[in-house]
Design a protein around this ligand. Structure first.
Ligand code: ZN
Length: 135
């Protein structure tokens, strides 16, 4: 299947290595311990380049969401639900909410503040995407 592939760069390689292992990794600053997402070369808080990562709990809540009906997404049957998840660690991450029938959304199946749990969708040997399920 042809799926829109994320950019995997030197800065984000650790993130994708993590998803392949079933870990949701967050970049951390070795100088001031702050966490950041998306990954980048320098700490936005203190500017340090010395970076590491922590494994997130994988739990969060729905901060906002959108039902994507159009335009078409390669390899996807629409509609899909995209959620901006506020992680327990305080960072926000966009992803697909699965196991929700789009028709149920009108009936309130997705709510702001709803707890969600990360899961992993192994696309192929090189790509495993984090996805979200209702907790
Ligand atoms: Zn820092």
């Amino acid at each position: 299947m042809s799926l829109t592939r994320p950019m995997i760069s030197r800065d984000s390689q650790f993130f994708w290595d993590g998803t392949a292992l079933g870990e949701l990794r967050l970049q951390s600053c070795n100088a001031c311990d702050s966490l950041r997402f998306p990954p980048g070369p320098a700490c936005p808080d203190c500017g340090a380049l010395d970076r590491g990562h922590v494994v997130a709990s994988g739990r969060g809540t729905v901060f906002s969401y959108v039902v994507h009906r159009h335009p078409p997404v390669p390899g996807k049957e629409l509609p899909i639900v995209l959620v901006l998840v506020e992680l327990d660690e305080g960072l926000r991450m966009l992803g697909e909410l699965v196991d929700v029938d789009a028709d149920d959304i009108e009936a309130g199946a997705v709510e702001i503040g709803m707890p969600v749990q990360v899961d992993f969708n192994r696309v192929d040997d090189d790509l495993t995407l984090p996805i979200w399920r209702r907790a």
